[in-house]
Design a binder for this molecule. Structure first.
Ligand SMILES: *[C@@H]1O[C@H](CO)[C@@H](O)[C@H](O)[C@H]1NC(C)=O
Ligand SMILES: *[C@@H]1O[C@H](CO)[C@@H](O)[C@H](O)[C@H]1NC(C)=O
Ligand SMILES: *[C@@H]1O[C@H](CO)[C@@H](O)[C@H](O)[C@H]1NC(C)=O
Ligand SMILES: *[C@@H]1O[C@H](CO)[C@@H](O)[C@H](O)[C@H]1NC(C)=O
Length: 295
């Protein structure tokens, strides 16, 4: 008993003493096979930029052709006030797909910096029963709220028609921000289903309580490319945080898994791109492996 307590104490103090060492040691390099496994989701995120008519017919060109077995269920948005979105089924991957359109880099800067720079509580009708203290960027929250109920209905329909028990949410840029909010929203209304999310060039969406909640029970991966500075906005200094699951693409094209949140290492976005001045917006659209985002 005493020995056990001593061991537990020793482990606890080790963990407490080493936080700055542990993450650095556990940055790991992805193999090419691990990198390639993201390819279908890159095409799905890129197809988020295609018009609803073409995603509903699944004839949006290269982005659609890359995943030929996809069965669309619903599409929407106008690409202006409301970002495009689509929902459908990929039987081969065994998942319902939810995708949201991103925006061009100047637009995302304006969403982040114009007017609504502050945090807001999430709408309690859409997000019932969230722990208190969770807040998100109001510009992103407002975007997500515009399509939330339509996307929920489409996901429920796709799950029941396919019999699948998995939902994967994808998006690039602003589409990732909307998707991250969906990844908190959808599980509040749908149970008995596994949620997973894969985002590209994701900006920071909410406060630490939001990022922590989003990281729990939902497998999130967010991949950022080289010196893209969208992933470092809004700043940690303003109280914004990323969820866990960062993958950073280095200048030489190798991919790192960055543990924790906002790891301040040059092998991860927060440390590699300390400010706008070190950033390069040309890296925002990719390429992510072989895929450059856009329709
Ligand atoms: C990362 O992976 C690549 C190939 O996947 C390999 O060539 C390289 O040596 C690895 N780098 C490190 C730091 O492990
Ligand atoms: C919250 O969302 C519901 C459902 O979409 C909507 O009817 C209501 O107006 C929203 N409330 C606020 C304060 O925006
Ligand atoms: C690529 O760059 C990363 C980060 O600088 C480095 O850790 C890794 O070893 C490099 N990989 C290769 C194959 O040069
Ligand atoms: C990262 O570390 C550098 C050097 O210590 C520091 O100047 C910077 O403020 C840190 N950034 C964040 C977001 O913590």
């Amino acid at each position: 008993m005493a020995l056990l307590s001593a061991v537990v104490l020793a482990l606890a103090s080790l963990a407490a003493a080493a936080p700055s060492l542990l993450p650095r040691q556990s940055i790991t390099n992805l193999t090419q096979a691990q990198i390639d496994a993201f390819t279908p989701y890159e095409w799905y995120a890129s197809a988020g930029y295609c018009s609803p008519a073409t995603t509903l017919a699944w004839n949006c060109g290269a982005n659609c052709d890359a995943n030929p077995g996809f069965q669309p269920v619903a599409s929407g948005g106008d690409g202006n006030a409301i970002q495009f979105w689509y929902v459908g089924v990929d039987k081969a991957l065994g998942t319902v797909i939810v995708a949201h359109q991103g925006t061009d880099p100047s637009q995302i800067l304006s969403v982040v910096t114009d007017g609504n720079v502050g945090f807001e509580n999430l709408n309690s009708t859409l997000f019932p029963g969230l722990p208190s203290g969770i807040q998100a960027h109001s510009g992103f929250a407002n975007e997500q709220a515009q399509t939330a109920t339509q996307v929920l209905a489409a996901v429920q329909s796709a799950l029941s028609s396919s019999g699948l028990k998995k939902v994967t949410i994808v998006g690039h840029s602003l589409g990732g921000a909307i998707g991250l909010l969906d990844s908190v929203y959808l599980p509040l209304h749908i149970t008995g289903v596994t949620f997973s999310s894969i985002f590209f060039g994701l900006p920071r969406v909410g406060n630490l309580a939001f990022a922590t909640f989003a990281s729990t029970g939902n497998t999130i991966t967010h991949i950022n490319n080289k010196e893209d500075f969208v992933p470092i906005i809004p700043g940690v200094i303003l109280g914004f945080h990323h969820p866990t699951g960062e993958i950073h693409i280095n200048d030489n094209g190798s991919w790192n898994m960055c543990p924790g949140m906002d790891l301040n290492s040059t092998l991860c976005s927060t440390g590699d791109v300390p400010t706008f001045l070190q950033g390069n917006l040309a890296n925002h659209n990719g390429p992510y492996n072989q895929v450059t985002m856009g329709c």
